[in-house]
Design a protein around this ligand. Sequence first.
Ligand code: SF4
Length: 346
Amino acid sequence: MANKKKDVRALTKDQLRNFFESQGDKAFRGNQVYEWLWSKGAHDFDDMTNVSKETRQMLEDNFVINHIKVDTMQRSNDGTVKNAVQLHDGLVVESVLIPAKNRTTACVSSQVGCSLDCLFCATSRLKRMRNLNPDEIYDQVVAIDNQSRLYQDRPLSNIVFMGMGEPLMNYNNVIKAIDKITDVEGLGMSPRRITVSTSGVPKIIKKMADDEVKFKLAVSLHSAIDEVRTSIMPFNETFPLADLRAALEYWYSKTKSRITYEYVIWKGINDKRKDVDALVQFCKFAPSKVNLIEYNPIDDGQFQQAPDDAINMYVKVLEANNITVTIRRSRGKDIDAACGQLANKS
Ligand code: SF4
């Protein structure tokens, strides 16, 4: 059952200062508590050792700290770590630590389940139960930063919003979490090390451009032909490619920031020359990068990774059109932590 007391971390620093003043205390007490909550990651009011016992009790009487709890943790043979993260109301999301030679990336969730219905994705079967709060997103990052220091001997270097959920369907909370992650009073990370990956919600992409966000944008495209895309990502009917393209043109005109496309090539679905030609036409209006991602089959086998010939054809055509292309091997397959596999199975 959800606790009736308010989560103290939903308060801004000013709101905390006001709260202390309203209790007849000094406003600076709010700064001290804020620092404990965000810079020092306090899990309990009793951790706040430079705050008097009476004040800690007063906080306890009025608030809770709804920290996430890493419930189970699985480590893959390749060093990938998958966390099942329990939220204060008992729901569970997953986050993943992905180590590489010179970096550690956190793949974090933004919703419990997902608002969208991509047929190839395990998360889509969970249906959206609720959005994550900013602090629940922030906590996933802090937990993975701690794991990176423990297992990789270095802090976390990058974040991708590519776990459970469609981040642009929880835009306000994702933005608040990123503000905290990049704030010097939070984790102080550069926004250029953060990528928000979306299936493409045109209105919010335009809003991001207007908001002048500094993080990077990736689009899970998977097909630049409406008919094909709708057959695997049914929401494409509501947000067709022309609208997505217009939003991306607007984004580029405002940010001048390169756009990354995430793309899986499936056997018999998007593995023909016409598919790659459509992709070139779709993305050549701005500097683009296409990540060809290895697919990890989910249980029913409806989707299968295309053979190497198709991948080589994509690489050749994209490169001939001066579009940067990388092939992304999936990590953590043995623990169901790879792209599209997050479905609370652990
Ligand atoms: S691929 Fe992303 S947007 Fe699509 S259902 Fe899965 S989690 Fe949601």
